[in-house]
Design a binder for this molecule. Structure first.
Ligand SMILES: [Fe+2]
Ligand SMILES: [Fe+2]
Length: 399
């Protein structure tokens, strides 16, 4: 049996939480096996605003949405409309997709506005033959009635079409036009998936002009999340949450703990080439083991970005610098970030409960236990242990 594939097109300029939730809930309701997001090149039905993102930027932004959605079900971005010359018509896209998926069930997903003008699209009858149609609107009596009236109308026009009209509870009332306006006014990224907001800030899209060295917490979170994969976001948020708890328990300042936690893994997904490029740019000297193990490099490069790009103070940068290996005689903030990274709520390994309990009773003992677990694990896997980790162990043991 073929797969059920949802096809969701739009200008996505920028893509927002409304798009994301619509895709997620529609997929659940239709029991889709896969979602394809299709950013449009030149929408035939509307003029692009002057400050529109470039096709490449829209492609990158929608990529964040696809990354997040694919935690639940396969989701891909298709750039076939962006690559096509001239205006892009849905019917052409569907013909291509039909060829690529001869045995699959295609569902064209669309919001209320698109659905209401469906009969005016290019070759609507063809579209309805190539794919089933699914319109979605907000969950209120008004929208429900409008959608079902249009559904009946289209069903009469195209008797063989399969047409669904859903009202979605999770749909939020945002529009890309409003969002662009609010971004230009510096009103923040509510309504945007944070990594998309972070991407917009980093690239100064839509008239934003954030100073990277003076980001408030929501913006710092967004920018950091725009640098990592969706699956790591929960870990970074968890590390921040744990760092704040530990800071309160051990009398450290909350804000530096938050900022260090937010940035600690921001270069985790940089490629080996990108890591080396940053090392060169910021004069980072790697030791033999660090050169060999790319995994160790992100602590150094994230610390460098924290200093040079985000303007963080030395104590914050050092906490990021030492979060992976630890070192002898760590500062309180360094200990907090090391530990928070180790025991944050999403961590799930044998002994994590005991380590959590210990961290709030005797921080040094917990750090030592954590370091020893790391050494043991590396030994078991036949991997070398970093000298700084061994020094930290020796220091805490008092030898
Ligand atoms: Fe890390
Ligand atoms: Fe981490």
């Amino acid at each position: 049996m073929g797969k059920k594939i949802g096809i969701y097109g739009g200008t996505f300029d920028p893509p927002h939480l409304g798009h994301m939730r619509a895709a997620r809930e529609t997929a659940a309701r239709l029991k889709l096996d896969e979602i394809l997001l299709v950013p449009a090149r030149l929408p035939p039905h509307k003029q692009l605003p002057e400050d529109a993102g470039t096709p490449e930027q829209r492609l990158e932004m929608i990529g964040y949405i696809a990354d997040a959605l694919s935690l639940d079900l396969p989701c891909r971005v298709l750039d076939l409309e962006l690559k096509r010359q001239g205006p892009s018509y849905t019917v052409d896209t569907l013909r291509e997709l039909r060829r690529a998926h001869p045995d699959d069930e295609l569902w064209l997903l669309m919001g209320t506005d698109m659905f209401l003008s469906f009969q005016d699209w290019r070759e609507p009858e063809q579209i309805a033959e190539l794919a089933h149609l699914c319109a979605f609107g907000r969950h209120d009596a008004d929208k429900g009635a409008i959608l079902s009236r249009q559904r009946e109308r289209l069903q009469a026009l195209y008797p063989h079409a399969e047409i669904r009209a859903l009202t979605l509870r999770s749909l939020v009332d945002v529009s890309s036009t409003d969002l662009r306006h609010r971004l230009r006014e510096g009103e923040g990224g509510g309504g945007l998936w944070p990594p998309v907001y972070g991407y917009i800030l980093r690239n100064r899209l839509y008239g934003t002009a954030a100073d990277m060295k003076r980001l408030e917490l929501p913006e710092l979170r967004a920018v950091s999340q725009s640098m990592i994969k969706a699956k790591r976001i929960a870990h970074v948020l968890g590390t921040e949450e744990e760092a704040v708890r530990l800071a309160k328990r051990w009398g450290a300042e909350e804000l530096p703990a938050r900022r260090a936690a937010i940035l600690h893994d921001c270069t985790k997904y940089y490629t080996a080439a990108e890591q080396l490029q940053l090392c060169e740019k910021y004069g980072i000297v790697l030791d033999t083991l660090e050169r060999e193990l790319v995994k160790l490099q992100h602590a150094l490069t994230a610390a460098a970005l924290a200093e040079h790009v985000f303007g963080e103070p030395p104590e914050v940068c050092r906490a990021i610098r030492w979060h992976t290996t630890g070192r002898a005689d760590m500062s309180l903030l360094e200990k907090i970030i090391y530990m928070a990274d180790y025991i944050e709520p999403n961590r799930d390994f044998d002994g994590v409960e005991g380590l959590r309990e210990l961290a709030y009773r005797d921080l040094d003992a917990a750090i030592l236990a954590g370091l020893e677990m790391t050494v043991e694990e590396m030994n078991e896997r036949g991997l070398p242990v970093h000298g700084k980790t061994l020094e930290a162990v020796a220091f805490l043991r008092g030898v």
